[in-house]
Design a protein around this ligand. Structure first.
Ligand code: FAD
Length: 387
């Protein structure tokens, strides 16, 4: 007999597990299909920040920043073992494009949007600059300290998946979605597991395949609407050395883009870059130019740290095509539904930080196609323990 679900989710990245959790706590029979293993895609290749995104203020993304800051506070509360508040430092040099006044104004707005605790910032006195992990002090004009949060993206994805499973969601890794067709009041879904094709029925389908979102849509019949978008690769390098607990947000020497230099498991994580990517999403890899660009930034700000690359990784953002250069384009998630009464929602883009809110929005869009069920929990209060 064919298994029947309320919700089938394609993709076991942070967005997919977030939707599976949101669906399961609402009492829906939920199945998640992940081709490989959880967090194998973009959700293991992020900068590992739970943040509002200070730089998005420069492109006027007030709503995105406010929402992400709210989610930051929620995650700090419900996942204290996985998300930690950290001090971030922004050094301003004679050569910096952003002046101290510019950065101060940005931090004021950031604090205002954060509301509540955790939004404070201060100018670090010059006498304390020597305690900043060997930060270059030649040409240094000012340093600001503010607060944001860091996580382990893979561990967070696993924690949300465990929570979904506790509420009854079936999480199937090593299971590749191969097609879906409208059938009755929902979809018939086909997937391959251990070489065998199987199928199930579902009332609604959620495409959370990240960089494979378009490929997944092309396997759905009748062909749902498409959304023009770009894939944008971002690289990080990991090098030996220690930064203590502090995080640094600097301007890349060659083009003044914001780059993070972060402590990561006793080493140093530097990233990220941005370049248009048109190849197979599964084959994205750091380029020699990206690595050199990040090494240049690390050497410029921390001349005492080694720049040899111990590890590097690249991930792909999905950016809906709406004007502006890649750096300025909105990171706001776009949900694409198949009809006014949607039974298929595709997630384009979004942020690790806002996964929980995105999942709520997906369920709100699909609510009309699902029977009323009493909610069993509220994901903004459900604790996410470390595994
Ligand atoms: C360089 C970079 C840095 C970033 N840094 C941050 C940050 O610091 N903070 C922040 O908030 N956000 C950050 N982001 C954004 C964040 O990482 C992403 O929004 C998020 O990880 C996307 O998750 P996802 O679930 O949509 O995609 P993914 O994690 O890519 O998951 C998609 C999954 O779908 C699976 N899949 C694909 N096709 C199939 C199929 N046919 N059948 C079954 N499964 C399939 C894949 O195997 C994959 O596991 C960053 C993004 C990038 C690229």
């Amino acid at each position: 007999m064919t298994a029947t679900y309320d919700v089938v989710v394609i993709g076991g990245g942070i967005q997919g597990v977030g939707v599976a959790q949101a669906a399961a706590v609402r009492g829906y029979r939920t199945l998640l299909l992940e081709r490989d293993t959880l967090a194998v895609g973009t959700s293991s290749r992020s900068s590992k920040l739970v943040h509002g995104g200070l730089r998005y203020l420069e492109s006027g993304r007030i709503r995105l920043v406010r929402e992400s800051l709210r989610e930051r506070e929620t995650l700090l509360r419900i996942a204290p073992g996985l998300v930690a508040r950290k001090d971030f430092y922004i050094p301003i040099y004679a050569s910096s494009r952003r002046t101290a006044g510019h950065v101060r104004a940005g931090l004021l707005l950031y604090r205002l949007l954060a509301g509540g605790p955790g939004g404070g910032f201060e100018r670090v006195p010059a006498r304390a600059w020597d305690s900043l992990d060997g930060l270059e002090t030649r040409g240094l004009k000012a340093v600001f300290r503010y607060s944001d949060a860091q996580t382990d993206d893979v561990a967070l994805t696993h924690a949300v998946a465990r929570s979904a499973a506790e509420f009854g969601a079936e999480i199937r890794i090593g299971t590749c979605f191969v097609g879906a067709e409208r059938a009755g009041a929902g979809y018939e879904v086909r997937y391959v597991r251990e070489g065998a094709v199987a199928s199930c029925e579902t009332r609604v389908l959620v495409n959370a395949a990240g960089p494979w979102v378009a490929q997944t849509l092309s396997r759905v019949l009748p062909g749902p609407p498409r959304l023009p978008h770009d894939l944008v690769a971002g690289t990080h390098i990991i090098s030996e050395g220690s930064l203590g607990e502090a995080c640094y947000y600097v301007e890349a020497p060659s083009d003044h883009r914001g780059v993070f230099i972060l402590p990561w498991r006793g080493r140093v994580l530097t990233g990220t870059t941005e370049r248009l990517y048109t190849g197979d999403p599964g084959l994205v890899a750091p380029s020699a130019e990206e690595i050199a660009y990040l090494q240049e930034a690390l050497a410029a700000y921390f001349p005492g740290l080694a720049t040899a690359v111990a590890e590097s990784f690249a991930g792909l953002r999905v950016l809906p095509k709406v004007g502006g250069d890649l750096n300025a384009r909105s990171r706001e998630v776009v949900l694409l539904a198949d009809a006014p009464l949607p039974r298929l929602v595709s997630i384009f883009g979004g942020k690790l930080t806002a996964y929980r809110r995105t999942a709520e929005q997906v369920m709100e869009r699909l609510g009309i196609a699902l029977p009323e069920r009493p909610a069993r929990a509220d994901t903004s209060r459900l604790m996410l323990p470390v595994g």
